[in-house]
Design a protein around this ligand. Structure first.
Ligand code: GSH
Length: 125
């Protein structure tokens, strides 16, 4: 059983027995080279919430396998592990942080017609 599976199962068991493992962990590449990593990191800094960082050396043998081992299903960074659950896409990370910190994000006028589409423009601009 992989470490990612163990973490996933222990998070579910923790929820079931009422032990809630809090915390955010961002798995990212070098911010100088990985703009996707930088975006997720900036969003986390922007919402002003504490998080741990794990930096992975990208584009070397085994780097994708390392990310997969840590829970990122595509092997790409960034991955945000939130309460034990890996969120492995920048847009999904953005949506999660938006749900947790409603003050962050585009103004309500910009949210229609589709929040995901709007957020996609917001982070990819
Ligand atoms: N759709 C992904 C794209 C992530 C992505 O392309 N990450 C690049 C770094 S900027 C990566 O992990 N590259 C490593 C590789 O290709 O092995 C997202 O939005 O997070």
């Amino acid at each position: 059983m992989s470490m990612a599976t163990v973490r996933f199962l222990s998070a579910i068991i923790g929820q079931l027995i009422g032990r809630h493992e809090m915390g955010l962990r961002l798995i990212l590449g070098n911010k100088n080279y990985s703009s996707w990593s930088m975006r997720a990191w900036l969003l986390l800094r922007f919402v002003d919430t504490p998080f741990d960082e794990i930096t992975i050396s990208l584009y070397v043998p085994g780097s994708r396998a390392k990310v997969i081992e840590l829970g990122g299903q595509t092997g790409l960074v960034p991955v945000l592990e939130a309460d034990g659950y890996p969120i492995w896409d920048t847009l999904a990370i953005t949506e999660y942080l938006f749900e947790q910190h409603l003050r962050f994000g585009p103004s309500s006028a910009l949210r229609v017609p589709g929040r995901a589409a709007t957020l996609a423009r917001f982070i990819r601009a």
